[in-house]
Write a protein that binds this ligand. Structure first.
Ligand SMILES: Nc1ncnc2c1ncn2[C@@H]1O[C@H](COP(=O)(O)OP(=O)(O)OP(=O)(O)O)[C@@H](O)[C@H]1O
Ligand SMILES: [Mg+2]
Length: 452
């Protein structure tokens, strides 16, 4: 189904030209000749996007934008404006426009902006479908399942299904916050061992001797402080799964003992000679590159081979940004329930910022950002201002220098200033500071643009 765009312009010729263009790109269009008509249309029909001129007779595009925003905050509105009204454009963004384009229109830029806005809107729609689904599955919103519909996550879910039923050792790799522990939990839950214990040991959290007794247990009096005999985690996990998190941090001497246990299926308590048989499936995770650790002599190659029977690599979030709307919606749902707050979803520009961010902290960072946004939010929708600044300002794509070829130095200056005003939400002092000019220089430049 093609997307439906409401085209608003009082200039008949310009509107016609745009209509032809949009239709040639496969969009369905409905036209409005004024702001009032546009508002009426939005209240009567459903659209995927509004493309509107700013300067029109009675009701200008800004007012129309405001009314449309009020009626349907999830609907992206793109404004078209002349070069001379940079300030208007900034005002438009402040009032919730998705983006603005400068006339005369650059058709490639128009095409790209439309596509971006529509994909964000699509994401918002999916969000809603998703929320209904989530609500149906678990009314409390607590759903520890692995969410993702990107091709790489589908492959990963298939892999989990295939591997879960075997007793093979699995090594889960991936950057911090990608969901390694969640994958381990899911492997256990889907295995025949699911009714038996799932035991987690974080190999980075304990010093060597403590980690050894934690894993293998100790006899009474095996060392100072060992007041009674204690089972290790291996014994506790008997029949179930032992998850060795951050295995890359395990001291080399312990690695040797772990390897023996894995090979022989028996553990030896510290201070005891008789081994105990255990039936444990081992899953290990690391955010290090173990091959590099092996090459550097910090990780035993034989243990690496033993653990690496099956590897599940969890991709970083930036390589599966299609999953962001789904994840964000589910986190929002969960946080809202927890905080007893009502929020309908993300405004298009907020979702756009989420989609553009690189997420170095992966899913965990997204989860935290959504939680913070929910706490900050005052309206029905999460807006960019609710998000951490690192996300809203870092989201801007790097400057495409090929577009500089047809620009004068004046144009470049204008572009830099407009962009920075966008980033700082029209904060002039901050804009001047970041551009390395004084406030009064900024003012005189803005004046010059207005008159040019
Ligand atoms: N695909 C996903 N669907 C739903 N929630 C997810 C998904 N991936 C990760 N999460 C959530 O993100 C958070 C981080 O995940 P997890 O702790 O599994 O990451 P990790 O890779 O083990 O991180 P670290 O390397 O820092 O230990 C958790 O709250 C988890 O529930
Ligand atoms: Mg983890």
């Amino acid at each position: 189904m093609s997307s439906k765009i409401l085209l608003v312009d009082d200039d008949h010729a310009h509107r016609n030209m745009l209509k032809t263009l949009l239709r040639s790109w496969g969009y369905e269009t409905v036209e409005a000749g004024s702001g009032e008509e546009a508002v009426k249309a939005v209240k009567q029909e459903s659209f995927d996007l509004v493309l509107s001129d700013v300067r029109m007779g009675e009701m200008d595009g800004l007012h129309a934008l405001e009314e449309i925003e009020q009626f349907n905050p999830a609907l992206p509105v793109i404004l078209m404006t002349a070069y001379s009204s940079v300030e208007t454009a900034v005002e438009a963004l402040r009032r919730g426009a998705f983006d603005y384009l400068i006339k005369p229109l650059d058709f490639d830029a128009l095409k790209a902006t439309l596509a971006r806005a529509l994909s964000v809107f699509q994401g918002a729609l999916e969000q809603r479908g998703m929320r209904e689904q989530l609500a149906a599955v678990s009314p409390s919103g607590a759903l520890p399942s692995i969410l993702g519909r990107s091709p790489c996550m589908r492959d990963l879910l298939d892999m989990i299904d295939t591997v879960a039923s075997t007793d093979a050792t699995v090594l889960i790799t991936g950057e911090s916050g990608t969901g390694k522990e969640l994958v381990a939990t899911s492997l256990h839950a889907k295995s025949a061992r699911s009714s038996k214990p799932f035991v987690v040991v974080n190999c980075a959290a304990l010093a060597e001797t403590l980690l050894e007794s934690e894993l293998f247990g100790h006899e009474k009096g095996a060392f100072t402080g060992a007041e009674k005999r204690r089972d290790g985690r291996f014994v506790q996990a008997h029949g179930g799964t032992l998850f060795l998190d951050e295995i890359g941090e395990m001291p080399v001497t312990l690695q040797a003992k772990l390897l023996r246990t894995l090979q022989q299926g028996e553990v030896q308590r510290v201070g005891q000679d008789v081994p105990i048989n255990v039936d444990v499936r081992v899953i290990a995770a690391t955010n290090r590159n173990l091959e590099e650790e092996v090459a550097a002599g910090r990780f035993r190659q034989d243990l690496f081979f033993r653990l690496n029977v099956i590897t599940i690599a969890v991709p970083p979030l930036r390589e599966r940004s299609e999953d962001i709307p789904l994840l964000a919606a589910s986190f929002l749902e969960r946080c809202a329930a927890r905080n007893k707050k009502k929020v309908k979803g993300f405004a298009p520009r907020a979702m756009d910022a989420l989609l553009r961010h690189a997420w170095p902290g992966n899913v965990r960072e997204l989860e935290n950002a959504v939680e913070r946004a929910l706490i900050m939010s005052k309206g029905d929708f999460i807006v960019p201002d609710d998000l951490p600044l690192s996300i809203t300002s870092a989201g801007h794509a790097p400057l495409d220098t090929s577009s500089l070829q047809n620009m004068t130095l004046d144009d470049v200056e204008r572009l830099a200033i407009t962009q920075m005003l966008k980033v700082t939400h029209d904060n002039k002092s901050e804009t001047a500071r970041r551009l390395g000019i004084t406030r009064s220089t900024l003012h005189s430049k803005l004046k010059k643009f207005e008159n040019g």
